[in-house]
Design a protein around this ligand. Sequence first.
Ligand code: 1CP
Length: 359
Amino acid sequence: MNAVLHNDRLLRALLRQPVDVTPIWLMRQAGRYLPEYRAARARAGSFMALCQIPDWACEITLQPLARFPLDAAILFSDILTVPDAMGLGLSFSDGEGPRFARPLRSAADIARLAVPDPEVELRYVLDAVRLIRRELDGCVPLIGFSGSPWTLATYMVEGSSSKDYARIKALLYDQPSVLHCLLDTVARAVTVYLNGQIAAGAQAVMVFDTWGGILAPRAYREFSLAYLAQIVAGLTREAEQRRVPIILFTKGGGAWLEDLAATGCDAVGVDWTVDLGEARRRIGSRVALQGNLDPAVLYAAPERIRAQAAQVLADFGTGPGHIFNLGHGIQPGVDPDRVGALVAAVHELSRSRQPDRGT
Ligand code: 1CP
């Protein structure tokens, strides 16, 4: 594994250290908007094959980096591999979302769950991490990730994507102690899984709390935030003589930025519903901020994309601690050239904004 990192902007910015230009990577930067991704998926036969065969996962991780000068790679995988490894039987059918063959239907189902050993049940992910690090050869850092316990639990209890979250919300209000038992098991599974990714070579980790925003404030703190904090407390913070930054992202969590910052994470992901300047005033002295361009801006013309990127940079203002990203993942219908226009604009526009590094 190459210990020399040629472009360490991402890791510096996550630790609020000065950088020459604002680093940028994009949620879902490898995915359906890229024709080479769609071709690979067709050849591999299924989305799960892309995740489970390290050569495929590595190839797809590197696809966006071959096109755009992004400042980070993110492991190609999915958050739902963890519940799959816990025995729920994950599949993805074309045009539909994920589905579990054995969703959790009772307290007994939940009591039976065990924490998987990442080097056994999720070995294919850790092998992919090792392979990607080798192939990246120190070019840019590799981000590992997991879903939050709450977000994973929504899929495990609902059995698929959901519109109303009826089952998990009923569980939350009817049998909170059963839900706590599930969330604790998943939090322990996520902690050892992320530590496995760090040991295998992930240089930063992000926890996606995609569905935290559907919770009422008290329920968010009790059923999502508490387990995010439990994970942060259990993660390896240093590897290869560097700090391994932790990014937490609750989509729709703008009201709870202070709580996220107080978990002890290094950076907070911000969705596009929050003004980045306001987010910085609230928590920017404690953590770095990642975000927060509206993903739909990528449907607009390149000069509009540039103007909107300039606005996000201006909203953050000068000084360290910003990682440019979208407020959520790239939509499948986006033209890859628009992504190229965004990456170029962020690097170009931010160059003049950085105070002298003094080196
Ligand atoms: O080819 C296909 O049809 C599969 C589409 C796809 C892709 C490209 C899925 C299915 N997952 C992924 C990759 C993926 N998922 C990554 C790769 C790294 C990257 O480039 O960013 C990551 C980080 C995820 C994480 C993920 N999966 C989240 C959290 C982030 C988010 O977008 O909020 C969630 C909620 C999932 C579940 C999932 N997996 C796939 C889909 C379509 C969904 C969402 C289903 C739903 O809306 O409920």
